[in-house]
Design a protein around this ligand. Structure first.
Ligand code: PMP
Length: 378
């Protein structure tokens, strides 16, 4: 089938793979081995990758901490800060449409005494500064708002949210997993204290990610959640995943060089797909913030069809009905419900996400194919 699920995961870029391979075999050293060339070679590769990642987001290399992915980065950020602040402040502000790797962390902390405000977005998936301002309490230590939503692509006013957080002496975390390589990020200009990212959404391997932690902020005192040999300056113990790290670094460098051209190409293809569906199929709607969303994604609801049949009928294209991470359950997407879709329409919604290897021929085929399938189900 034609792969149109790049927001679930991406294939590894061949250039990334080539860069990684020697670190499985000849350069297999432990980056923590300080007494021989094997260790130094691995450590050099890790530090080079750390700089490549920092360069993509305008950070310093020493502000990057490697994790197993964005889920772990989110856990480290939120639990680490909760533990740091727990005797003084205990309130977090976040959003109903965050990834489960934020929401379930907050739920867990609530059992320990944390209080969370979940802001409700508008029908485009946006939250307002006013909503945040109204939710701020003297006990608020963290605002966590995702940069862009994984299901509907809506990009939040990150820079303004960060400024509001700082005005109130609150730390600002953003889950930018879906944004790296798609939108230019600058942690200074965007007022970000902590940022989560993941390799496998960016043409690097699965099982590697990072947390950016601002050096000159209270965030840098967060409490580690995995203890051991004090790797990563004590923030995250465990022998480093050198191959994953090298891959993530290379993927970030490629993204930095190719971001603008590639995203222009993708948004043209995405618009072609979206217009093709809107113009050729009756009773469809596009979800999310059309004015400001991820360039590679469109989220479309099809009226008058049974949702479960819809997804199962798309044999020739690989797409998803919202978040793959919650697809073990047959609940309608909580993101779509939060922006006001009813259960039926939420079930009958498809996320099409394009990527580096998507071609115009694939988009032409998909438009015709979706029309056929939807009309046969009606
Ligand atoms: N946050 C967002 C917004 C995501 O889309 C994902 C991946 N579905 C994650 C976090 C989890 O990332 P990882 O797979 O690296 O744990």
């Amino acid at each position: 089938p034609i792969y149109l699920d790049y927001n679930a995961t991406t294939p590894v870029d061949k250039r990334v793979l080539e860069k990684i391979l020697p670190y499985f075999t000849e350069h297999f050293g432990n980056a923590a081995s300080r007494s021989h060339l094997y260790g130094w070679t691995a450590q050099d590769a890790v530090e080079n990758a750390r700089q490549q990642i920092a360069d993509l987001i305008g950070a310093e290399a020493k502000e990057i901490v490697f994790t197993s992915g964005a889920t772990e980065a989110n856990n480290l950020a939120i639990k680490g800060l909760y533990e740091l602040f727990s005797t003084s402040k205990n309130h977090i502000i976040t959003v109903e449409t965050e990834h489960k790797a934020i929401l379930d962390v907050c739920k867990h902390l609530e059992k320990l005494g944390c209080e969370t405000t979940y802001l409700k977005p508008d029908s485009a998936g946006l939250i307002s500064l006013e909503q945040i301002e109204n939710a701020i309490r003297p006990e608020t230590f963290l605002i966590s708002v995702m940069y862009a939503n994984n299901e509907i692509g809506t990009i939040q006013p990150i820079r303004e949210i960060g400024a509001l957080a700082h005005k109130n002496d609150i730390l600002f975390h953003t889950d930018a997993t879906q944004v790296l390589g798609k939108v230019a990020i600058d942690v200074d200009a965007d007022n970000i204290d902590l940022l989560s990212l993941s390799g496998h959404k960016l043409y690097a391997p699965k099982g590697i990610g990072a947390l950016y932690i601002r050096k000159k902020s209270k965030a840098s005192q967060l409490i580690a959640q995995i203890d051991g040999g004090r790797h990563e300056r004590g923030y995250r113990s465990g022998t480093l995943n050198v191959t994953g790290i090298v891959g993530l670094g290379e993927a970030c460098e490629i993204a930095k060089n190719e971001l603008l051209a590639e995203n222009q190409r993708l948004s043209i293809l995405r618009d072609k797909l979206e217009q093709g569906i809107l113009q050729n199929i009756a009773d469809v709607q596009v979800n999310g913030n059309i004015e400001n969303r991820l360039p590679n994604l469109t989220n479309i609801s099809f009226g008058g069809v049974d949702g479960e049949n819809l997804l199962m009928s798309f044999r020739d294209i690989a797409v998803s009905s919202g978040s793959a991470c919650t697809s073990a359950t047959v609940e309608p997407s909580y993101v779509l419900k939060a922006i006001g879709l009813d259960d039926n329409l939420a079930y009958a919604t498809i996320r099409f996400s394009l990527g580096k290897f998507t071609t115009e021929e694939e988009i032409d085929f998909t438009i015709k194919y979706v029309k056929e399938v939807v009309e046969s189900l009606r």
